[in-house]
Design a protein around this ligand. Structure first.
Ligand SMILES: Nc1ncnc2c1ncn2[C@@H]1O[C@H](COP(=O)(O)OP(=O)(O)OP(=O)(O)O)[C@@H](O)[C@H]1O
Ligand SMILES: [Mg+2]
Length: 473
């Protein structure tokens, strides 16, 4: 049994957290589910480890509640895989009295807490709330934790199209300088990847790379994140705290979605860049900074300047050099390589062999609209790996709205005035599209077309007299 559901009804903003239950005992799982849903948690249930892992990807739980004993992959192996797949998820192991050793082993292997069976609801709630506070603390520190820089070099930037070669040449030149760089481009084009590459190619690759998303943090918090604060500056400021500019040392501060920065903060940022000093919130004395500033935006920042929403002096400060990331649809030639690399990346993260993908699917992916660029492609591939039925990915493993109208096979008005000829042309395109979608599987294509298999063969013969069309299936 595998059910998943959101918190019921009024989606109160004070959601208590997202909990994944992995337990093969259906009665226990559904009792827990009902109880936690009633308590305001969002809950998903998996009956075994494999489903649990899949849900970790799609449901993104804050906390996973795992039985130590599961059929197939056991609870401890699940724990290992889960921590690898999504380290942010906190794991609460549930164990029967007889397996208390397992609980100890679970702790050693990275579980965050455990509970004994039978589960006492009050105890469970206390533990979940405690884990949720811990999780919020972790999230608060996320910007700092991102300092743990994964090695990024230009090879991680896939693409050999002319525009990507130009981007990489630019990055090689800019990396070793300490100039501020403005990275522009649509959402999902790889702006953050470029920022990390610039940092890795820079003079201080070992120094921190600290990213902050200007759109995601409320303004009061943003200033204290960037510039720090002193004890007592506001309620809750119980000690001095260094901001990112100071914490980065001679490393990099990456200001993501800079277009969302409020005007008041823009003024303070400009001053920080010009004077190489910041004034922590509530402080009277400025602190010297040495970090390099990289900024990214998917807005037309120059238009924002003209509209009076972005300071022109800050714009010129940040935009000493601009790197513009091309949209994926402007470099479709890179798609097949991206597909291969991204599939391998997800497969290794999921601890599976990289799946194969058929030509029809690659072709459809190469002609899809990709309004969300590489990120959207990446998500589509991840989803396909997780949900695919067979060992080979086919167009069927991708949602139609992702693939868009099927490239050359999209409905086109016939050039012929003769009705019969026009209908024949349409029929040919339609049959070919369905066959492609089925990865060349004629039996399945016939089923979907509502035809007998022999009628489909006849049609294919009619369409291509004298040839055995693309015969693989
Ligand atoms: N050229 C590329 N090669 C390999 N992976 C890429 C490439 N470009 C982007 N990606 C991957 O696509 C995803 C999105 O990239 P990134 O976060 O850098 O985009 P972004 O422009 O910052 O997006 P957003 O505007 O949505 O924040 C990441 O997982 C990244 O690793
Ligand atoms: Mg980004």
């Amino acid at each position: 049994m595998n059910r998943s559901q959101g918190a019921s009804g009024d989606s109160s903003p004070t959601r208590r957290g997202r909990v994944l239950i992995v337990d093969d005992e259906e009665v226990i799982a559904s009792t827990l589910e009902e109880f936690l849903t009633g308590e305001g948690f969002e809950v998903a249930v998996a009956g075994d480890a494999e489903r649990g892992l899949a849900l970790v990807q799609s449901f993104e739980p804050d906390i996973a509640l795992c039985d130590v004993q599961l059929p197939g992959l056991d609870g401890l192996d699940l724990l290992d895989r889960l921590l690898k797949t999504r380290p942010e998820t906190l794991v609460l192991m549930i164990t029967a009295y007889a397996t208390v050793e397992n609980a100890v082993a679970a702790f050693h292997r990275g579980a965050h807490d455990y509970l004994m069976k039978p589960v006492i609801f009050e105890e469970l709630l206390t533990k979940l709330d405690r884990l949720m506070s811990f999780r919020r603390l972790l999230q608060e520190n996320q910007a700092l934790r991102r300092a743990l820089h994964a090695p990024v070099n230009l090879e991680t930037l896939v693409g050999e199209s002319a525009s990507m070669i130009a981007v990489k040449a630019m990055l090689r030149k800019l990396g070793p300088t300490r100039s501020n760089v403005l990275i522009t481009g649509e959402s999902g084009t790889g702006k953050e990847l470029v920022a990390r590459a610039l940092h890795a190619l820079g003079q201080e690759p070992e120094a921190p790379f600290l990213a902050v998303n200007c759109a995601a943090i409320p303004n009061e918090l943003l200033e204290s994140q960037l510039f720090g604060h002193v004890r007592g500056a506001f309620t809750g400021a119980d000690r001095d705290r260094a901001g990112l500019f100071v914490a980065a040392g001679r490393g990099t501060v990456f200001l993501d979605e800079i277009g969302e920065l409020p005007l008041a903060t823009q003024a303070k940022l400009l001053r920080a860049i010009e004077t190489k000093e910041v004034l922590p919130v509530g402080a009277t004395r400025p602190v010297a900074i040495a970090a390099r500033v990289l900024a990214a935006t998917n807005k037309d920042l120059f238009a924002e300047v003209n509209a009076g929403r972005f300071r022109s002096d800050l714009y010129y400060r940040l935009n000493v050099v601009a790197v513009n990331m091309p949209a994926l649809r402007e470099r479709r030639g890179d798609i097949p390589e991206l597909v291969t690399v991204l599939l391998a990346r997800h497969a290794s993260r999921l601890g599976r062999p990289a799946p194969r993908i058929d030509n029809a699917a690659v072709k459809r992916l190469a002609s899809a609209p990709w309004r969300g660029n590489v990120r959207e492609l990446d998500n589509a591939l991840e989803r396909a790996i997780i949900l695919a039925d067979g060992p080979v990915l086919t167009p069927r493993d991708f949602p139609a709205e992702v693939l868009g109208p099927g490239g050359d096979d999209a409905v086109q008005l016939s050039t012929s005035d003769d009705l019969r000829e026009a209908l024949e042309q349409y029929e040919r395109a339609h049959v070919r599209r369905v066959l492609d979608d089925c990865g060349g599987d004629k039996r399945e294509a016939a089923r979907r077309l509502g035809l007998g298999l022999s009628s489909l063969y006849r049609k294919l013969e009619d369409h291509a007299p004298g040839r055995a069309e693309g015969d693989q299936g």
